[in-house]
Write a protein that binds this ligand. Sequence first.
Ligand code: SF4
Length: 363
Amino acid sequence: MIYIHVPFCERKCNYCAFNSKVSGAAEKQAYVDALIKEINLRADDSLVETIYFGGGTPTTLELAELEKILCAVRKAFSVDERAELTIEANPGTVDGNYLYGLKSLGFNRLSLGVQSFDDGLLKTLGRIHDSRAAIETVEHAKIFFCNVSVDLMYGLPNQTLNHLSRDLERLKFLDVAHVSIYGLEVEEGTRFFELKNQLPLPDEDACADMYELITETLPTFGYRRYEVSNFAKAGFESRHNIGYWTGKKYHGFGAGAHSFDGALRTSNVRDVATYIKGTEPIVEEVITRQAAMEEFCFLGLRMTAGISAQTFRKKFGVNISAVFGAVIAKNHQRGLLEVDGDRIYLTTRGMALGNEVFADFLL
Ligand code: SF4
């Protein structure tokens, strides 16, 4: 698995705490060169089954720049011919020629940061696009890609259930392959954080109602929830994200990107200018056996399929009940976890209160 971080955007959104900035052509070119250098340095013989370009807005790069990065990846690693190649894009940053170019480069999955179809909410968020651009981009993207994903947000300032119902209706007609949902979190360092006390945010109950509306409505449009926040038409689940939740190793390239080799989690320096100058990755965490067992559970439980007791035993040589028996029993009693033969998974209520359950698995 490979993740490539492209930290450039046309404008900083009001809620954005991602590692992204507005930048000129010279810095972008220097960044692409630094990325290629890092990819070459970390070449190995592993088979790559998924590549994910995230950001930022990767589609703020020229097609030729994306091509250079992909060429470097293909030279440095053995990329499976059936690999899933995803790129994140934002409405208003891609036209027909660009989409055709992405397809020609081998991308086969497009993840669009739509967030809402409501012009007022999009303006509040500080997005560069309006509802019309969002619809046009999705429709356009579907001409070139059968695997289009749309990001949708809830819990926004002034957002009501009516706004959300309209967004969901719009999604129904756009009929994309995959939907990811995000509840707004007001994070430090953002414009929203500065305005926190004045923001008319929906309260916890209203946010829970919104989550419920989404999780109940999307299945009626033919989406299956396969993870706490992700819904897909059959066969369109994100292979890359499933890789994270099932503990696969990954290389992360670019400013602030994380990597995991099965034992160590490392991260690159976050500052773009410093990354361009070149630095060594920093070791963030040594994954002990205990930490690996915890991760197996709380990452795996994010998926509706949950975790397998037998796989746990094979991986760690001990029964899951010997390590997490009390946690499983407690959450089962609370109606948040279900145990069905070999499988342990979150109930519908458990999905809504997932963070409480995951925290319990941190011993
Ligand atoms: S487009 Fe995404 S990454 Fe860029 S500023 Fe907005 S929220 Fe952040």
